[in-house]
Design a protein around this ligand. Structure first.
Ligand SMILES: CC(C)(COP(=O)(O)OP(=O)(O)OC[C@H]1O[C@@H](n2cnc3c(N)ncnc32)[C@H](O)[C@@H]1OP(=O)(O)O)[C@@H](O)C(=O)NCCC(=O)NCCS
Length: 174
């Protein structure tokens, strides 16, 4: 087995909810993307407040990918945000698997669809089952906070319950 196939033999390995210790790693991952305008800028305080909605992939003690899932239970939907894979690890399906993991987590929380706002990564999400939608499809509570000047487009995906139950919902201890 090659080093790489060993490295990626279980792509869920190391995928878990974030803890405070992951804060520097997440910051390092998203900072350049905030600088280039791909991701919305978050202050350290905002990031800390959102931390328990983040999932990370950790390899050899480093955060190599992250994504956030913000649930809107009253709308039975959730927002995927800040998905990022470190540059050295891109193009190996890690983003794909992290999104898959988020979808399973969303289903385990009883959410029926995921939505997101993006300015530049639409094609990647469309290839993963998302379709463009109007702003009216975004939960009202979230709509009020949209920074319209970013000119984001909105995408939505209905989740298939066949995913339910896998992987483990590791909310224990939160
Ligand atoms: C988007 C991102 C998370 C994908 O992670 P990844 O691990 O490289 O993704 P995968 O390996 O599962 O998929 C790679 C495929 O997506 C394509 N892809 C990568 N970035 C893309 C983009 N911005 N738009 C469209 N396709 C993209 C690659 O060309 C590759 O295509 P291929 O399979 O035909 O070769 C990663 O490129 C990233 O961190 N980008 C910067 C942050 C970002 O744009 N986040 C989304 C904000 S809304």
């Amino acid at each position: 087995m090659s080093y790489l196939s060993h490295f990626f033999r279980d792509v869920y390995e190391g995928t878990r909810m974030a803890t405070e210790e992951d804060l520097p790693g997440i910051r390092k991952l998203i900072y350049p993307l905030e600088e280039s305008g791909v991701l919305v800028r978050r202050t350290d305080k905002e990031l800390l407040e959102a931390l328990y909605s983040f999932y990370v992939v950790e390899r050899d003690g480093s955060v190599i990918a992250c994504a956030a899932l913000f649930p809107f239970p009253e709308d039975k939907s959730g927002e995927v945000a800040a998905i990022a894979v470190s540059e050295e690890c891109r193009g190996r399906g890690l983003g794909d698997k992290l999104l898959d993991y988020i979808e399973k987590e969303a289903l385990s929380l009883g959410l029926g669809r995921l939505f997101l706002l993006t300015t530049r990564t639409a094609d990647w999400f469309v290839r993963r089952g998302f379709s463009e939608c109007s702003i009216e499809s975004i939960p009202e509570q979230r709509r009020k906070r949209i920074n319209l000047s970013r000119g984001s487009k909105y995408y939505i995906k209905q989740l298939q319950p066949k995913h339910a139950g896998v992987p483990v919902n590791n909310f224990a201890g939160r």
